[in-house]
Design a protein around this ligand. Structure first.
Ligand code: NAP
Length: 247
């Protein structure tokens, strides 16, 4: 049986990222569980994976800090071997305020984490995976949002703009590295029950119309990420898989 590559999941300590880590580990991937501040949550996911016979390591680091990102990849590879998959999942939603009232510092931090962080992690992944650099190829999955296409709920417009950038990056990078053996895709979740979303936000999303009339579960988003990381999607690149109950 071919050895599955190790996968680094940013923001793997909670929510959608944690569900992705659990599912990948169940399928035999060694998983590097990145976190920003919740080492306890990341270590709990690692312990759970190891208890079930899987391989995992927690790697702290702010994705908005390029030096921390580089260190995180080094630590992940030291523990698990070459990284063949990256899930750019870490993200913030920012202040819940109309655009004219959004604080500048919040907007800047939002773009630093959601956009620059995704770019810095993709850079480190490509440097390692690209056949042009002697790597074995790989798969990058960026976690976007239906907000990229719909513009987001009122109050989170800058967030929607960050996800628009993530989808442009996905398409452009996919084109750039396709011949180097790297596939780049995105998953666009709809409203999902995690710490990021309040009850009010979930109710607002339901009112604006989710054909399936419910919010999603993190485990449902993880299934699409697994498919895009895995060789089952070997002819898929530059695409966005929407997981949103029809929205
Ligand atoms: P969440 O429950 O709030 O979890 C966020 C995760 O990101 C945590 O693991 C957190 O780490 C990590 N993180 C935050 N800032 C970071 C940074 N600077 N560096 C590294 N890690 C960082 O969020 P979620 O709902 O699972 O969202 C995950 C992804 O799905 C995000 O990209 C989000 O935009 C996207 N998404 C979510 C929804 C939704 O409805 N929930 C819908 C569409 C898209 P700590 O635990 O250390 O804080």
């Amino acid at each position: 049986m071919t050895q599955l590559p190790a996968v680094l999941v940013t923001g793997g300590s909670r929510g959608i990222g944690a569900a992705i880590c659990r599912l990948l580990a169940t399928k035999g991937y060694a998983v590097a569980v990145n976190y920003a501040s919740r080492a306890d949550a990341a270590e709990a996911i690692v312990a759970e994976i190891k208890a079930a016979g899987g391989q995992a390591v927690a790697v702290g680091g702010d994705v908005a800090d390029p030096a921390a990102v580089a260190a995180m990849f080094v630590a992940a590879e030291a523990a698990l071997g070459p990284i063949g998959g990256l899930v750019n999942n870490a993200g913030l939603i920012g202040a819940n305020a109309k655009l004219e009232n959004q604080p500048q510092a919040d907007i800047e931090r939002l773009f630093a984490v959601n956009v620059y962080g995704t770019i810095y992690c993709a850079q480190e992944a490509v440097r390692r995976m690209s056949k042009a650099h002697g790597g074995a190829g790989g798969s990058i999955v960026n976690v976007s949002s239906v907000a990229a296409r719909l513009g987001g709920l009122s109050g989170v417009v800058p967030y929607a703009a960050t996800k628009g950038a993530v989808e442009s990056l996905t398409k452009g990078l996919a084109n750039e590295v396709a011949r180097d053996g790297i596939r780049v895709n995105a998953v666009a979740p709809g409203m999902t029950a995690t710490d990021m979303t309040t009850i009010e936000m979930r109710e607002q999303a339901q009112k604006t119309g989710i054909p399936m009339a419910r919010v999603g579960e993190a485990e449902e988003i993880a299934e699409a990420v697994l498919w895009l990381i895995s060789p089952a999607s070997s002819y898929v690149t530059g695409t966005v898989v929407t997981v949103s109950g029809g929205r």
